[in-house]
Design a protein around this ligand. Structure first.
Ligand SMILES: Nc1nc2c(c(=O)[nH]1)N(C=O)[C@@H](CNc1ccc(C(=O)N[C@@H](CCC(=O)O)C(=O)O)cc1)CN2
Ligand SMILES: Nc1nc2c(ncn2[C@@H]2O[C@H](COP(=O)(O)OP(=O)(O)OP(=O)(O)O)[C@@H](O)[C@H]2O)c(=O)[nH]1
Ligand SMILES: [Mg+2]
Length: 455
């Protein structure tokens, strides 16, 4: 997959497909003004090329071949290097609608622009040095963000928060590397071992700190699956409805009401979650119910978090204890449901007996404990990011930093001459990560292929 050529002038519709109040066609490249000259008539009559940058001018989009007025529009002007791409950029803001935008884009290509490929504007911003690779990827994440936590995180990436962290890591490694080289060059001067260790430890600490946010980052980016499980009648469907705030799942006093699983998206304090209501788990002779029970177990096993509901109004049963045993404690949150009813057992005693974390008292009927439950879910899904404001969300970044961590750990344990090799590798990996070092063309092509056209 080769990279698209640079140096020509590209055009694309920048706004989302479909009907909208306003739509934008964007041009970037050395011929942008010349292309616009041929299709835009400012009302002032001034030539487009003479327009000062950073302005909005009103005028008409005209098809020079027929003299037809295609639309009234605004033209936005940028001059290299002061633009998103670093090149001459013009934006034509027209009425939003597929036919208008398509026609304006056709005029752009008729007058010398080329249709832009996916991510080509942002690729040019990267290649002109206006964004590093981590920022360019943050643009992609920002556009694709579906939850507030994903948006916030991408905005931090774009604002260089991650770039700056990586810079600090790079500085420390460079320092250690330089010191080791000095020892090779002037062995008699002797740089004490301790001088290497401190910056190396600091860099390693930063890398580990960033990596510890990866789980939270993945959850923010892709969302998490939350399985509601328990015996029949435990109140799973009622709790699902309470979390959603609307009636999604059928509730009844007949045990075995939910037969198949059911998924619903829900925002848990900014974390995108897919909640899955499942069939009550019990031994059953009914083949349909049994396959629902099978599905429930499998869903619980693969979920990011299992919410095990234990009915607090009836005594705990052997089935409840068996369910606790089947699920990994790290991915289990236990709820004492129906807390508005007189309790048949004590949550604190149950916590000790079952060997699980805190058992949360919740009532789907009154809403009691729902807020605390949401807090606990959020904490379990993204809590390990600690106080870090910035989360790693991108698999490429995670993989690169894992490689850096390994190099640094090896360097720490190795004699100086071998450490130098690992430090070199760590620096090379960081360079690929930010794009400030050497990056394979395939890597770039792969990253930008995931963008939408016009971005
Ligand atoms: N209409 C429109 N809205 C948009 C964008 C766009 O390209 N067009 N953006 C695109 O994704 C984002 C804004 N990003 C931008 C980043 C830099 C520059 C720019 O021209 N920078 C110059 C001048 C800055 C200044 O005036 O101080 C520079 O940095 O030199 C423009 C947009 C979001 N909104
Ligand atoms: N008082 C009270 N009753 C509840 C509460 N939650 C559920 N119930 C009742 O418990 C019964 C079972 O509720 P469901 O939500 O259908 O239980 P379930 O776990 O989905 O049951 P299955 O689908 O059969 O596995 C219904 O009669 C509900 O009204 C609660 O918080 N308080
Ligand atoms: Mg149910």
């Amino acid at each position: 997959m080769p990279l698209p050529p640079l140096g020509d002038t590209i055009a694309a519709i920048a706004t989302a497909p479909g009907v909208g109040a306003v739509g934008i066609v964007r041009l970037s490249g050395p011929e942008s003004y010349a292309v616009a000259e041929r299709l835009f008539a400012p009302r002032s009559g001034a030539p487009v090329a003479a327009l000062p940058p950073g302005r909005v001018v009103y005028g008409r989009i005209v098809d020079a071949a027929t003299d037809e007025t295609v639309d009234e529009a605004l033209l936005l002007t940028f001059r290299a290097p002061h633009s998103y791409t670093g090149e001459d950029v013009l934006e034509l803001q027209t009425h939003g609608g597929p036919a208008v935008l398509r026609r304006v884009l056709d005029l752009c290509t008729a007058h010398g622009a080329r249709l832009a490929g996916p991510g080509e504007f942002t690729l040019r911003a990267f290649l002109s040095g206006r964004l590093d690779l981590v920022q360019a990827e943050a643009v992609l994440d920002l556009v694709n963000a579906q939850s507030d936590s994903a948006r916030r995180n991408a905005a931090l990436g774009l604002s260089k928060a991650l770039t700056e962290q990586l810079g600090l890591i790079q500085d420390d490694i460079t320092r250690v590397y330089g010191d080791i080289q000095a020892v090779f060059d002037y062995p008699d001067e002797g740089v004490p071992e301790a001088a290497f260790q401190a910056p190396l430890e600091r860099a390693l600490g930063r890398v580990r700190g960033l990596l510890s946010t990866a789980r939270a980052g993945r959850v923010a980016q892709r969302g998490a699956r939350l399985a509601l499980i328990g015996r029949p009648n435990a109140g799973k469907s009622s709790l699902l409805n309470a979390l959603l705030g609307y009636r999604r799942s059928i509730v009844s006093s007949t045990p075995g009401t939910t037969r198949d699983y059911l998924e619903a998206p829900v925002d848990i304090l900014g974390v995108p979650v897919t909640a899955v209501d499942t069939a009550g788990i019990r031994d059953t002779g009914d083949a349909v119910e049994a396959s629902g029970v099978e599905a429930a177990k499998e869903i619980a096993e693969h979920a990011d978090l299992g919410l095990l509901l234990l009915d607090s109004s009836t005594p705990l049963a052997p089935d409840d204890r068996a369910l606790v045993g089947e699920l990994s404690p790290a991915r289990l949150l236990v709820v004492a449901s129906k807390s508005d009813l007189p309790p048949a057992w004590d949550p604190c005693a149950a916590q000790r007996e079952l060997g699980v974390g805190p058992v949360l008292r919740v009532s789907a009927a009154t809403g009691e404990g729902l807020g605390a439950l949401k807090e606990a879910i959020r904490e379990r899904l993204v809590g390990d990011a600690g106080g870090s404001a910035l989360w790693l969300t991108n698999e490429r970044h995670i993989a690169a930093l894992e490689a850096v961590r390994e190099h640094l750990e090896r360097a720490k344990a190795a004699p100086d001459d071998l450490a130098a090799l690992d430090l070199e590798d760590a620096l090379k990996t960081l360079g690929e990560l930010t794009g400030r070092g050497e990056v394979a063309e395939e890597t770039l092509a792969h990253i930008f292929a995931n963008f939408c056209v016009g971005k």
